[in-house]
Ligand binder design. Structure first.
Ligand code: NAP
Ligand code: ZN
Ligand code: ZN
Length: 352
């Protein structure tokens, strides 16, 4: 066993603080990973504060992990000591149901997905999985991703959640040239959504509540920026979008966006607020056969595809590096939409 040092929340109201805990010795199919960097997702904050009412304490958040392999079990085929690797939101699933076999482990039909933190850990020493705000992690090689050393590793971590969560729905709804696509919210997910939508060739419009982010949005790839609280600006885009990806982490009026969709357009929700959105207006949906959908991260094959796409097209996240002991301030800033555009923890530089 290996003693890791991490940062944990002990309750919904306590700030994150250092905690030592055990990681299992690698089994035949496991790799042990020394964590270099870990991105900070709004889901970490929702979970640390029990906003989804499913947190078991103590919780060590973090599912945007980049690190190096320090040990490989005897049965490991894909990785060797020294390889640069990533771990995202999943560390296991049932592997046998139709969704798992199709590479959609995130939609495991029997609910067998094991999240990187806050899930029961059948391999122990548990009882819970503990995430990437820690010095090391042990993961089955099947749930480990290859990371290209060509990219700036500090900025790769956020691809493992913010990246795949926006890449997957944009691919599923076949976003591309000739389409008008909206991204709602310029935070961690939103800024990756803008980059991917632009890279896929769509005319990309960012919706923001922060007018001060407009210039950044254009630099990141947006063709146009709309301040969503300005009804006149919104009205100009009525009935014009093929697809809208909504990343907002707080409840808000969805009708303001469904009204911007063309006939047969879809708005996909990926943000998961603590409290529900007000119920959408049905009239807005039926008259143009508009749809509201949802999407959860991405499976392992698509996550690898996304990382390879990023290596080929030189896409990474725009990051602000923090020390581990700055995490509570980072959460505070995240709640004020003051993130440009993903915090990443320098684990080796600040957690010993
Ligand atoms: P984030 O970095 O905090 O970004 C959220 C953005 O939403 C903010 O920067 C802000 O952008 C906008 N916003 C915040 N409050 C708002 C409000 N009251 N009204 C309208 N806009 C508001 O969060 P994130 O890490 O990108 O995560 C976003 C959400 O996605 C979270 O709920 C998270 O749990 C969820 N998530 C879901 C999945 C999935 O698989 N579906 C995966 C990861 C995360 P502007 O300043 O531009 O308005
Ligand atoms: Zn996340
Ligand atoms: Zn399954």
């Amino acid at each position: 066993m290996y003693t890791a040092i991490g940062y944990a929340a002990q309750s919904a109201t306590t700030p994150l603080a250092p905690m030592k805990f055990e990681r299992r010795s690698p089994r035949a199919e496991d790799v042990a990973i020394e964590i270099l960097y870990c991105g900070v997702c709004h889901s970490d904050l929702h979970t640390a504060r029990n906003e989804w009412k499913n947190t078991t304490y103590p919780v060590v958040p973090g599912h945007e992990i980049v690190g190096r392999v320090t040990k490989a079990g005897t049965g490991v085929k894909k990785y060797k000591v020294g390889d640069t690797v990533g771990v995202g939101c999943l560390v296991d699933s049932c592997r046998e149901c139709a969704s798992c076999k199709d590479g959609y482990e995130q939609y495991c039909d029997v609910g067998g997905m094991v999240f990187t933190y806050n899930s029961p850990d059948k391999h122990g020493p548990g009882p819970q999985t503990y995430g990437g705000y820690s010095t090391g992690i042990v993961v089955d090689e099947r749930f480990v991703l290859k990371v290209s050393d060509k990219l700036d590793l500090k900025a790769v971590g956020p691809l493992l959640c913010a990246g795949i969560t926006t890449y997957s729905p944009l691919r599923h709804w076949k976003v591309g040239k000739g389409q008008k696509v909206g991204i709602v919210g310029l935070g961690g997910l939103g800024h990756m959504g803008v980059k991917f939508s632009h890279a896929f060739g769509a005319h990309t419009v960012l919706f923001t509540t922060s007018p001060g982010k407009a210039e950044d949005a254009k630099r990141l790839g947006a063709d146009d920026v709309v301040v969503s609280r300005d009804a006149a600006q919104m009205a100009k885009h009525a009935n014009s979008f093929d697809f809208i990806l909504n990343t907002v982490a707080a409840p808000h009026d969805l009708d303001a966006f469904t009204g911007l969709l063309k006939r047969d357009g879809t708005m996909c929700l990926v943000g998961v607020p603590e409290h529900p959105h007000p119920s959408p207006n049905v009239g807005n949906l039926i008259f143009r056969r508009r749809a509201i959908g949802g999407s959860l991260i991405g499976g392992l094959p698509e996550t690898q595809e996304m990382l390879d796409f990023c290596a080929e097209h030189n896409i990474v996240s725009d990051v602000e590096m923090i020390r581990m002991d700055e995490i509570n301030t980072a959460y505070h800033r995240m709640l004020k939409s003051d993130v440009k555009y993903r915090f990443v923890i320098d684990i080796q530089g600040s957690l010993k």
